[in-house]
Structure formats: structure tokens, C-alpha cells
Design a protein around this ligand. Structure first.
Ligand code: GLN
Length: 491
């Protein structure tokens, strides 16, 4: 990383306002770094012309004293967010030529506040995955490597491109979407901060839908403060998304450095899953200790329905996905394969446009929603979801301010190492994150240390609805204690 690409957003903001460097210089430094890092496959589309034009506008606004809160900050956007006139594919063949005529609300708000678009980042196809290996554009390689080895590792998924780009210093911050863990898990694998806000905090308008009752946009950044800065711009009510909530967006950055004294932090005993790696166990205890030293009270709590979360998620998410993805039929969007008649055209288009994991989800989803199975699977999963939500409510009713857990059951694994023979092996990665989406709660993943192999490990904090501020305050305590983690450049 160069001097300009290793800055935090907060530092870059200072440098830009005091005119130590210009937005154009900052953008150029990143464009050059992106070119050098292409082997990571973090970007599926680089947009240097757009970046230069936006940076130039930023410099004009800074000179005129009209800088927005993210003025001149170069960011990467997961390819699940529609960007006007910029190709948006969900990393699927079925959309690989799709150029939206409109901008998603989340990205529109970033541009409103002055951010600069560097490009679109790679993700698992339609955000289905935990390793960024299901992308039509090929896997992302993590900027991290095990000590003394050069096995290519996954960056986590589904927002693997965004996480890798932030960790590798080829953007200052990035967006992700999190349906079952796709922001928090890759943030943990990449040694950075990732936030999944409360359901309804960010508008879903213009974000390609995977599972609508679970999907939520959120930021990736190299510090807790930077994540807070980004979320403030991304969040907010949007009349175009009826599930977005009309509540004022707080100044999240003001929560950084706030005392956490007297806060009650729950440690859910059910998350101590059988066979948990010793180093994950140690990391978790260390995290609790740091919060305790900062004055928080650590209490054991119970979330008794945790063990049903993963099976229930893998019914609800595919069910919603099968319905959402029905729109890709070769008629209105992207790919069309010719057929004998309209049914044949649909079948050929969908068979060639969707990859194996997406087809699997559509089949599971269609099955659990079909007459005769609906009550046994889908309805039952919805009931379990209500119970999971109630577990959390009971905890918060007892005065718990936030819950601390590990973010993932392990550090990053090698490309091709997991899920080949048994997709469920990959699904197990989400064991600590899916409950949060099922309950609609906010969660943050903060780096807590390194594994014995020198790979980042993340801690997750789960908060009360719309209390992202507490997560930022607590996250900052962990960050102060653990430090920050940067991969050694090998690319
Ligand atoms: N890994 C989970 C899945 O495959 C979650 C993905 C996500 O959050 N988008 O469904």
C-alpha cells in the first residue's frame, strides 16, 4: 500500500479538507493500486473514467467549500447494487450484460455525500455463498496467506470482492449485502470491520434481491470509525422501499470513544458449538475480557433456539430466492437463449444463465413452497424464526445491551477446500451470523486477533434493533485492544 491507499477514511477526509492532497490524486493512487492487484479478482469492473470525473467534481466542491461528508473518498461497490449506466451483474451469467437505467438508493446516497466510484466488486452469484467461489467471474483470492505458505485462500463470501479490496488497499471502503452473514463473515476473514445494520435501516431499493426479508446493505472499512462514517451516508428512510424504516439516522461517528461502562454484554452459551476450535474459544474469551476491562458487565445468556437457525435459514432464504429469481426468464433482463417455444426459451435461458449453487437454491425454494410441503417446511421455518427472534428479545428485556460471539467458526480456508462434495459444509460457515438476519438485528464484525497460521479472526457484536451506536462504541473498544491487521502484499 502506498501512503494514500493505506489511509483510513477519517484520515483521508482530513487530508482532503486541509488540501494535503486532492481527490484526483487519491483516486489515481487507487486506480494504480487496483491495476497491480488484478490477480486478486476483487473487481469485476473497474470504472477509471467515472472515478476520474467524480474526483474532479469533488475537487471542485472542496475548493468551493461545499464538501459533503464523504467528499472525494474512493469506494468500491458490490455488484449487487444497481449503478446507473454502469454494468451490474450480481456476478451471474444471466445478468452479465445488464446496464441499469437507475441507481440504487444506497449508492445514490454515497454519491450525494461526495464518494467516488472505483468499480464494482466480485461476489458469490446472487450473493449465495460463503467463499466467493460461485461467481460467474471466478473466485476472489484473499490478500491474506497462511504464514510460510502460498495456498490461495478465500476472502469469505458472498461479499468477497469488497472485503478483499478493502483489506488490500484498493479502495478506502466498500459496500456489501448481508442475508445470512455476507458482510460479517468476509470482514472476519479479511481482518477488517463489517456492519450488517438493523433490517430496514438501509433501503433495499435498486439492490438485486436474494431473500427480501433478510437482505440488508452495510459497509466494509479498515476501522470501526470508518464503518460508522460510511453507514451514516448509506442509511435512511426511503419511500421507494416499504420495509425501510422512517427513523432519523444518528451521527454514528459520535458513538466512537463513548464509554461502555456499566453495559451488560451477553455471552450466549448455545454458541459454544461442539468441536469449536480452541483458538476461536480463546479469541472469544479475550474479547469478553477486553470489554470487561473497559467497564462492561459480562453475563451468560441463553438463546435456546440457536441450533435451529441454520436449517430454518436454509429454508427461508431459498424460498424467497426462488420467488425473487423467477423474474430472470429471458424476457426482460440480460441473457436470452432461443427456444422452440416460450417455455423452452425460459428453460434454456435459466439453465444456462444460473450457476449450480443458484439452481440448487431455486430447486430447494420451489420444493419447500410447493403445495403439500409448504406447511411442513416453509411455515415451520417461519415459526422457528419467530422463536429465534423471541430468544433475542428475552435477552434484551433482561437489560442486555449487546451480545458477543465469534464471527466465524474458523479462519479463512483454501480455495476449493470446502463444499465441493457436500454443500452443507459451506453452509456451516454461517452458524454464528444467520440468527442475526433471522431476527432482523444489527451486527458488527471486528478483527480480534490472528490464528496460529497468521490469519485474521473476527468477533461479532449483536445489538438491539436500531442501536448500531452501541455496536460502534463496543467495536471501538475491541479495535483499540486488538489493533488493526494488514496483509503482507504478495501481489
Ligand atoms: N452464506 C449465506 C448463503 O449462502 C449468506 C449469504 C449472504 O449473506 N448473502 O446464503
Amino acid at each position: 500500500m502506498t501512503e494514500l491507499t493505506s489511509l483510513t477514511i477519517a484520515d483521508a477526509r482530513d487530508g482532503l479538507t486541509t488540501k494535503r492532497f486532492s481527490a484526483s490524486e487519491l483516486a489515481e493512487a487507487h486506480l494504480a493500486a487496483m491495476e497491480k492487484a488484478r490477480v486478486l479478482n476483487a473487481y469485476v469492473l473497474e470504472t477509471p473514467d467515472v472515478a476520474r470525473a467524480m474526483a474532479c467534481e469533488s475537487d471542485r466542491r472542496i475548493a468551493a467549500g461545499k464538501a459533503g461528508p464523504l467528499e472525494g473518498i474512493p469506494v468500491a461497490i458490490k455488484d449487487m447494487f444497481c449503478t446507473k449506466d454502469v454494468r451490474t451483474t450480481a456476478c451471474s451469467h444471466i445478468l452479465d450484460t445488464f446496464v441499469p437505467a437507475y441507481e440504487s438508493t444506497v449508492t445514490a446516497q454515497l454519491w450525494r455525500d461526495g464518494a467516488v466510484l472505483l468499480g464494482k466488486t466480485n461476489n458469490d452469484e446472487f450473493a449465495m455463498g460463503s467463499s466467493n467461489e460461485t461467481s460467474f467471474f471466478g473466485p476472489v483470492t484473499s490478500p491474506w496467506r497462511r504464514q510460510g505458505a502460498n495456498t490461495p485462500l478465500v476472502p469469505g463470501g458472498s461479499s468477497g470482492g469488497s472485503a478483499a479490496a478493502v483489506a488490500a488497499g484498493i479502495c478506502l471502503g466498500a459496500t456489501g449485502t448481508d442475508t445470512g452473514g455476507s458482510i460479517r463473515q468476509p470482514a472476519a476473514f479479511a481482518g477488517i470491520v463489517g456492519v450488517k445494520p438493523t433490517y430496514g435501516r438501509c433501503s433495499r431499493w435498486g439492490t438485486i434481491a436474494f431473500a427480501s426479508s433478510l437482505d440488508q446493505a452495510g459497509p466494509f472499512a479498515r476501522s470501526v470509525r470508518d464503518a460508522a462514517i460510511l453507514l451514516r451516508s448509506m442509511a435512511g428512510h426511503d419511500a421507494k422501499d416499504t420495509t425501510s424504516i422512517d427513523q432519523p439516522v444518528p451521527d454514528y461517528e459520535a458513538a466512537i470513544g463513548k464509554s461502555v461502562k456499566g453495559m451488560k454484554i451477553g455471552i450466549p452459551k448455545e454458541y459454544r458449538v461442539g468441536g469449536m476450535a480452541a483458538e476461536i474459544e480463546t479469541l472469544w474469551a479475550q474479547g469478553a475480557d477486553w470489554l470487561k476491562k473497559a467497564g462492561a458487565d459480562i453475563v451468560e445468556v441463553s438463546l435456546p433456539h440457536t441450533r435451529y437457525a441454520l436449517p430454518a435459514y436454509y429454508i427461508v432464504a431459498p424460498a424467497e430466492a426462488s420467488s425473487n429469481l423467477a423474474r430472470y426468464d429471458g424476457v426482460r433482463y440480460g441473457l436470452r437463449e432461443n427456444g422452440r417455444d416460450i417455455t423452452d426459451m425460459y428453460e434454456r435461458t435459466r439453465a444456462s444463465g444460473f450457476g449450480a449453487e443458484v439452481r440448487r437454491r431455486i430447486m430447494i425454494g420451489t420444493y419447500v413452497l410447493s403445495a403439500g410441503y409448504y406447511d411442513a417446511y416453509y411455515l415451520r421455518a417461519q415459526k422457528v424464526r419467530t422463536l429465534i427472534k423471541k430468544d433475542f428479545e428475552d435477552c434484551f428485556d433482561k437489560g442486555v445491551n449487546a451480545i458477543l460471539t465469534p464471527a466465524t467458526p474458523s479462519a479463512a480456508f483454501g480455495i476449493g477446500e470446502k463444499g465441493g462434495a457436500d454443500p452443507v459444509e459451506m453452509y456451516l460457515n454461517d452458524v454464528f451470523t444467520v440468527t442475526v438476519n433471522m431476527a432482523g438485528l444489527p451486527g458488527i464484525s471486528v478483527p480480534g486477533g490472528l490464528s496460529s497460521e497468521g490469519l485474521p479472526l473476527g468477533l461479532q457484536l449483536i445489538g438491539r434493533p436500531f442501536d448500531e451506536e452501541t455496536l460502534f462504541s463496543l467495536g471501538e473498544v475491541i479495535e483499540q485492544a486488538a489493533g488493526r491487521f494488514t496483509p503482507q502484499a504478495w501481489w
